[in-house]
Design a protein around this ligand. Structure first.
Ligand SMILES: Nc1nc2c(ncn2[C@@H]2O[C@H](COP(=O)(O)OP(=O)(O)O)[C@@H](O)[C@H]2O)c(=O)[nH]1
Ligand SMILES: [Mg+2]
Length: 334
């Protein structure tokens, strides 16, 4: 029996505990899906196969935007709002950039989400952002499914917030909230299409105090910018909404927007198509991730890497040649 799932004796027992809402079982499973060990990968597959029929029912919501815009503050306050107003249960998967700075500590976002962290209707899982791809961690998709099987109604995925490259979130959630600030006039100008294109709603946060009127100005600006970006026939046009995560304003409208997206007949084909495409991407990304891992951890390859890197750094070796040499070696060792 794998150490990873102890004290659960079988994957079936672990799966059953997760479905019964056992938080310890969920935490175990979340560690399991992050593991790269061969036997753990087999267990992960078995576990997800068992739980998969229980998934697909939650609101999967991505929270994107530059560090400091107030994503964690928002998730905490808005999560509490959903619990109190709608009696929902909330899971938060937070990719925490502070874990890099503080060398492995993942306290950063948990302290920001203080109210949610101690509420029995919520579950918060911070992931260190090491090894992340496009703003999310390698196993975030699997983590979403686990939380869903555990019965959570709403799942927030807070990205690391690196901005422009933060688009991988769209591969794993149904709805992306992009957070912006009003005073970042230049930032608004400089926003790349990529991140705008994945936004299903744009939230101008910190619309409080002196920033309120600036936020309204920014909203008008963004609404006209979006008019150029989104075809008039599109089944969903991302609205621009004002919010103060600190004063808890704008929450009704934000929830109404999300709810409308999930229940509107006009968006049904869009929602279904997105989930279908996500399945395919999951397949291909799993292959890519596994191949990459197999290659870099291969006993014939790993010891050679430092030497190759050094030669490439000192320009003694063409990077392409180095890559092909190692790939050749890898292939013949299979
Ligand atoms: N005035 C104001 N400050 C906010 C608001 N939301 C967050 N903040 C502050 O902005 C800072 C960064 O917030 P945080 O939630 O950590 O941002 P994140 O990096 O996007 O997760 C903190 O000091 C928050 O208190 C808001 O709506 N209004
Ligand atoms: Mg944060």
């Amino acid at each position: 029996m794998s150490l990873t799932i102890r004290p659960y004796r079988t994957v079936a027992a672990l799966a059953a505990a997760i479905q019964q809402g056992d938080r310890r079982a969920l935490a175990k499973a979340l560690s399991l899906v992050e593991s790269k060990r061969k036997q753990d990968i087999a267990l992960t597959v078995e576990l997800l196969e068992r739980l998969y029929p229980r998934t697909g029912t939650a609101y999967r919501i991505g929270i994107s935007g530059m560090p400091g815009v107030g994503k964690s503050t928002f998730v905490n306050a808005f999560g509490m709002y959903l619990i109190e107003r709608h009696r929902y249960t909330i899971a938060v998967l937070a990719i925490d950039p502070s874990s890099v700075r503080s060398g492995g500590s993942i306290l950063g976002d948990k302290t920001r989400m203080w109210d949610l962290a101690r509420h029995p209707g919520a579950f918060i899982r911070p992931s260190p952002s090491s090894g992340m791809l496009g703003g999310i961690a390698p196993a975030t998709r699997e983590a979403v499914l686990l939380c869903e099987a555990a019965g959570f109604d709403v799942i927030f995925v807070e990205t690391v917030g690196v901005g422009q490259t933060d688009t991988a979130i769209a591969d794993i959630v149904d709805f992306v909230l992009l957070f912006l600030l009003a005073n970042a006039g230049d930032e608004l100008q400089g926003i790349k299409r990529g991140i705008m294109e994945i936004a299903d709603a744009i939230i101008i946060n910190k619309a409080d105090g002196k920033l309120r009127s600036l936020a309204e100005q920014a909203r008008r600006h963004l609404v006209s910018a979006l008019r150029l970006l989104v075809p008039p026939t599109a089944p969903w046009k991302p609205p621009v909404l004002l919010c103060s995560a600190v004063e808890h304003t704008g929450f009704d409208e934000i929830w109404a927007t999300i709810h409308r997206y999930f229940t509107d007949d006009a968006t049904a084909p869009l929602r279904q198509q997105r989930r279908r495409e996500q399945q395919l991407r999951w397949f291909h990304q799993a292959i890519q991730q596994s191949l990459t891992h197999l290659f870099y951890s291969h006993p014939d390859i790993q010891p050679l890497l430092p030497e190759y890197e050094e030669k490439i750094r000192s320009q003694q070796l063409l990077p392409l040649k180095g890559a092909y040499e190692l790939l050749q070696r890898f292939q013949t060792s299979l």
